[in-house]
Design a protein around this ligand. Sequence first.
Ligand code: FES
Length: 278
Amino acid sequence: MNSRLSVPQPRKIDRDQLSYLSDSSIVIPLPKSVDRAQLVFLSGNGNINPPLITSIDRGLVRYHSSDGIIRVPKAQNISRDDVKRLRPKLTVLEKNIASPVTPGSRFFPPFEITQELENKAASRIGQYPSEESRSAVLPLLHEVQHKFGFISLESIDWVAKRLNIEPIKVVEVVTFYPGFRQKAPGRLHVRVCRTLSCAMGGSHNLMDKLCAITGIDRAEADGHKDPISVSPCGNFSVEYAECLASCGTAPVCLVNDDFHEGITADKAADLLESYENA
Ligand code: FES
């Protein structure tokens, strides 16, 4: 009888083999804790060289957690001062609003809080119940745009203070309604309707003709963020608008606050000339 024991060498075995050998699920033993003395004993040279952790996937994390649940550490409290310190230099308003300066700026006064403006604001706000004063945001913005040509960052702050709301609430309104401008238009601002009836009636040709006459380059125009293009002289600016509610008389456009119907490309020059002395 052979008295020697033959112990089989451990072989590497992959997960598929494991699942084949076990009838159901694979049960992987939980890792045991091991103390430093054992580690030193197990390392060949007596030094402990813990491996550097680079990345680790969720499956591995679950395997190493004692109950299979991955716990994400809670976010720590952070003070308002810390937030201020970490805040990027540009504010949300500055990042979202294009530079307002254009050749048309010379036709509009810089935003200024005058007594006249304060009186108008008080009268507009007074038209709403005191607990709903924020509803005056649209009338106040119209007042600002009418006098200063566009809605500047300073005017957004002023409207927010007058209505006791956060400036971002005013920004939301300004960026939602395409009628509010975020940069100075030209002295004559033309809004050309491009919705179906007007597009079929030739509004794109009208826009091309207006640009050709006034020297406007629309190459940089961005329909959402920066829709207004201004002529180098600052006298004219153009912008596409959605349906201006006169589809039966397409193509139509607005010049400042005046409505014009049936303006085909061949009438573009006459249209602009009619404002020569405006
Ligand atoms: S499509 Fe231009 S006014 Fe309606």
